[in-house]
Design a protein around this ligand. Structure first.
Ligand SMILES: CC(C)(COP(=O)(O)OP(=O)(O)OC[C@H]1O[C@@H](n2cnc3c(N)ncnc32)[C@H](O)[C@@H]1OP(=O)(O)O)[C@@H](O)C(=O)NCCC(=O)NCCS
Length: 179
């Protein structure tokens, strides 16, 4: 599949949004969408976007501001490589946006929709960007690591190798020709 399902579109969650059926197979993520996402929106903690057709929710994701700092990476060398900007100026952190939650409906998994959603998120910060955002970050579930790796994300540190989630990032500059 190279485009989102026919008749589907993204909508940004608002307080009066009427939820449609959704099950991505992960209870925590299902619960977040149905019970917490409106509260996160109201409290300015995350923005949630929903891909839907007329009858069901196909996918959803939530975003929040983030940053990558020197403490997040393993060594000074790695930090230097990651943060060497064309100006030569040293930065103590880089602006980022975190994918707080991401789920694809069981009925639509394995069709490339998750990858297209990641492309859509990248586009939000590469095209007509309203704020500086160098990286997309995610605390990735173990089962989803191959998905993020396939979509260009890298591990930030080896310190979380034995943890339930691993911190990953995508440097948006790798998707552009800008220097
Ligand atoms: C992980 C998830 C978002 C992937 O969405 P998707 O639409 O099925 O993914 P895609 O079809 O774009 O898959 C792209 C690649 O990711 C990998 N991938 C996707 N799901 C995978 C899984 N469950 N296990 C291993 N690899 C997986 C595959 O390599 C796949 O490439 P291929 O089709 O050439 O084999 C979806 O399975 C999901 O919602 N899972 C439950 C919730 C979750 O884990 N969310 C992530 C929270 S961090």
């Amino acid at each position: 599949m190279t485009s989102f399902p026919a008749g589907s579109s993204f909508t940004r969650l608002t307080s009066d949004y009427q939820f449609k059926p959704f099950n991505c197979g992960d209870d925590d993520l299902n619960d977040f969408l149905l019970n917490d996402s409106k509260s996160y929106t109201r409290k300015l903690l995350a923005a949630t976007y929903i891909l839907e057709n007329t009858t069901e929710t196909i996918a959803f994701f939530s975003l929040l501001n983030d940053k990558i700092t020197a403490q997040d990476v393993d060594s000074g060398n790695q930090w230097k490589k990651l943060f060497k900007l064309t100006t030569g100026k040293n930065f103590s952190s880089h602006p980022a946006v975190k994918i707080g939650r991401l789920g694809i409906s069981n009925s639509f998994k394995g069709q490339g929709i998750g990858s297209m959603v990641l492309d859509y998120i990248n586009g939000l910060f590469l095209t007509n960007h309203q704020t500086g955002c160098r990286h997309i970050t995610v605390d990735a579930y173990g089962a989803s690591l191959p998905f993020y790796l396939k979509n260009g994300f890298q591990f930030l540190t080896r310190k979380d190798e034995d943890k339930a989630t691993r911190l990953m990032f995508l440097d948006l500059m790798t998707l552009t020709k800008r220097g």
